[in-house]
Design a protein around this ligand. Structure first.
Ligand SMILES: Nc1nc2c(ncn2[C@@H]2O[C@H](COP(=O)(O)OP(=O)(O)OP(=O)(O)O)[C@@H](O)[C@H]2O)c(=O)[nH]1
Ligand SMILES: [Mg+2]
Length: 194
């Protein structure tokens, strides 16, 4: 077990949020997009649970990494047995966290590279953009699953959309590519030095 990595807290209510003592990096996105896997890759661990039933919990999970940053695993959205989920209402815990937390350094919105931004992602993106603006960064996940030329062309288009139309930074990642993960990890630590 990496002693520079610890599970801090799982929070279900705003009043239980931990003290704002370290910069926080939030990982959010659709259920199954790869939030917990990416957190595990960045921290070279298995600390974030990847196998829990999607859409079940509404908690925020806090990890402390290298005693310098916190990583927050958000509950996935968009999972519903009834496929009417094109809108997402940010619930109170998430809304309080996003609107009041001063230590948020960046929020990463994860998008499955195979699907690009879906309606529900756009909805979340717009809400986040209003609250956090320049702190919002897109991460395309599961790049290794793009097989053919068409897939890769789509990714390029999606990258351009994020960059040119939405004016956001983005990363293309696969947990199977150690260099992608290295770049992301470096970005986290570099950003707290600025
Ligand atoms: N091939 C491939 N599979 C991935 C990648 N990232 C995640 N996965 C797989 O996608 C599935 C979902 O990953 P999770 O990390 O649990 O996704 P999550 O976003 O945390 O899901 P919820 O917590 O339910 O919202 C798992 O089976 C992972 O192994 C990737 O880069 N490449
Ligand atoms: Mg998860």
């Amino acid at each position: 077990m990496n002693e520079n990595l610890k599970f801090l807290k799982e929070v279900f209510e705003s009043r239980n949020l931990p003290e704002e003592s370290l910069p926080e990096f939030v990982f959010w996105g659709r259920s199954n997009v790869g939030k917990s896997s990416l957190i595990n890759s960045i921290t070279k661990s298995k600390i974030a649970k990847t196998s829990k039933t999607p859409g079940r919990t509404r908690s925020l999970v806090f990890f402390e990494f290298e005693k310098r940053i916190r990583i927050v695993d958000f509950p996935g959205y968009g999972f519903s047995k009834i496929p009417k989920f094109n809108e997402f209402k940010i619930d109170r815990l998430i809304e309080n966290y996003l609107s009041q937390r001063k230590v948020i350094k960046f929020i990463f919105l994860l998008i499955d590279a195979r699907h690009g931004m879906m309606e529900i992602d756009k909805n979340i993106f717009c809400q986040l953009d209003k609250i956090l603006g320049s702190k919002l960064i897109i991460i395309f996940t599961k790049i290794d699953k793009l097989k053919n030329h068409e897939d890769k062309k789509n990714l390029l288009q999606n990258n351009n959309l994020i960059n040119d139309n939405f004016h956001k930074r983005f990363f293309n990642t696969s947990i199977k590519n150690s260099n992608d993960i290295f770049i992301l990890r470096k970005f986290l630590f570099k950003s707290i030095e600025e």
